[in-house]
Write a new protein. Structure first.
Length: 506
């Protein structure tokens, strides 16, 4: 009797009707976040010109979104498990669209930083819900691998669509228009998602512990801020004042999760070597990449003189490589092994970043395009397989928490990468030798130097810009070398920690 019933139930779960249409809604949410993240880099020179932020404020505009996102992902993933993943995804999408308008019309650096922080709150509701719903929509492991590949490929496509679309907008409208493109995507997501997405939640999840939420947020922001301050200004009182309370809050968070009968995050997940290895690989990969990517658009526009649309097209090979690799990553990992695909992908990124250490102001596009293609392909293989490992390591009832851990590693890596590698670029740049008459603001950022040059005599402006661009490129190559070292270390760690790990073939 039991054996006669079980196949019908399994098939029913595995072949959920409308699952691929539902996936289209989830990838729209990913597209929303990916486009927003990439257009900021293109808009940075225009934001610098209009809002005149200091170098520190410019870094905050770039990374406060990731700080808040990293601090709230676990809490929001757990909330989605409790109140419904579909519900929190749709509410988050509406909030994301509304706050994008606030970003578009920010009139001071302080308002822009606050708007980016609020966008991080809304973004924290989107990413864990998308992966968790994939885990609950696709029970067949091979279908789930393909769905995760499509999910990742869409994120990569968003990194290509964002700069190209953003470049077109920046050539015809003001910089705030790049945030308003979120609105039509959000509208389609909500209207279609209401009809197609199934609701899912954890049965008997327990209460949403607000103390744990506060500890998680305070801990993540405190620790990341301390790293940022140390990278920018050395080990000093502000870093210590933020780092110690942050580390204490994270320690108390872990202890509380171990004591609660229904925790926000089950810390036992980290006992699995595959789960921990995949999370660590994601964190180190993004750390090594993000700081460089954040400044690459500025290099293409402010150093090489490309128009925004042209700069967006120049970054296209990374997305092409990531899309192609993401769609075949699951099949490749089953044919060879998880650790060879992940470690190989990370090593490829590291070598591509190492190649970028030789770039100069007039470097030809073949080197840049090839390096970006290899970076994209390596990231596509690595991120798709690690996401599959993380989701398949846990029961579907814990999908939200597991997804949140994965996304937290990604966003924490992004914040640390911009803070650490970005600070390397900024630190080298600030010391460029400027001719007499150069305003102090020119040393804050390359965008500020370009703006300052418009108000200087031609015989002074040209040598100042040449020195500023040279210093910026020197900082960029140094950051590329540091990123390469991080990626090669991540490759070695993945090879060790993912030993024996396999993707489910059931």
């Amino acid at each position: 009797m039991t054996s006669a019933i079980r196949p019908r139930t399994t098939t029913e779960e595995t072949r959920r009707p409308g699952r691929w249409l539902a996936l289209s809604v989830l990838v729209l949410a990913v597209l929303l976040v990916a486009v927003d993240a990439t257009v900021l880099g293109l808009a940075t020179p225009y934001i610098s010109e209009d809002l005149a932020p200091t170098g520190s404020q410019l870094l905050w505009i770039g990374d406060v979104y990731s700080f808040v996102l990293a601090g709230l992902l676990v809490s929001m993933g757990s909330l989605g498990d409790r109140v419904g993943r579909k519900r929190i995804l749709l509410y988050g999408a509406v909030a994301f669209g509304m706050i994008s308008v606030l970003n578009a019309y920010a009139h001071t650096p302080e308002v822009m930083i606050a708007a980016r922080a609020l966008l991080g709150v809304a973004g924290a509701t989107l990413m864990p819900a998308t992966l968790a719903l994939i885990r609950n929509l696709f029970h067949d492991p091979r279908e789930r691998s393909l769905a995760i590949g499509i999910w990742g490929a869409t994120a990569s496509a968003g990194t290509a669509v964002g700069p190209i679309l953003g470049g077109l907008l920046l050539e015809h409208f003001w910089w705030g228009s790049v945030f308003l493109i979120n609105l039509p995507v959000m509208a389609v997501l909500v209207v279609v998602g209401i009809k197609l997405l199934p609701e899912s939640r954890t049965p008997e999840p327990g209460p949403w512990d607000l103390t744990s939420v506060a500890l998680s947020l305070a801990g993540m922001i405190g620790v990341v801020y301390a790293v940022k301050e140390t990278a920018s200004h050395g080990f000093a009182a502000p870093a210590l004042a933020a780092g110690l309370p942050g580390a204490t809050a994270l320690y108390l968070f872990v202890r509380r999760q171990l004591a609660l009968p229904k925790p926000l995050l089950d810390m036992r997940l980290f006992r699995g070597r595959g789960f921990s290895g995949a999370v660590l690989a994601d964190l180190l990969t993004v750390l090594g990449l993000s700081g460089l990517v954040f400044f690459l658009s500025q290099y293409l526009q402010l150093v090489q003189g490309r128009r925004p649309f042209e700069a967006g097209l120049a970054e296209l090979p990374a997305a092409v490589g990531a899309v192609a690799a993401g769609l075949i990553a699951g099949r490749t990992a089953r044919r060879f092994s998880v650790r060879s695909v992940v470690a190989g992908g990370l090593a490829a990124i590291g070598l591509a970043l190492a190649a970028l250490t030789v770039i100069g102001q007039s470097t030809g596009y073949p080197l840049l395009g090839t390096a970006l293609l290899v970076v994209g392909a390596g990231a596509g293989f690595s991120f798709t397989v690690t996401a599959d490992v993380i989701l398949s390591s846990v029961p579907k009832e814990q999908a939200g928490a597991a997804s949140a851990v994965s996304e937290t590693a990604y966003e924490l890596g992004a914040a640390l990468g911009i803070a650490v590698l970005g600070s390397i670029v900024t630190g080298v740049y600030r010391d460029f030798p400027a001719p007499p008459g150069t305003p102090a603001t020119a040393h804050e950022s390359l965008g500020s130097a370009v703006e300052a040059a418009t108000r200087m005599p031609a015989h002074t402006a040209e040598p100042m810009l040449e020195a500023a661009r040279e210093a910026f490129v020197d900082g960029l190559t140094l950051a590329a070398g540091a990123g390469a070292a991080v990626l090669l270390a991540a490759s070695a760690a993945a090879w060790s920690m993912l030993r024996g790990q396999k993707l489910d073939n059931a």
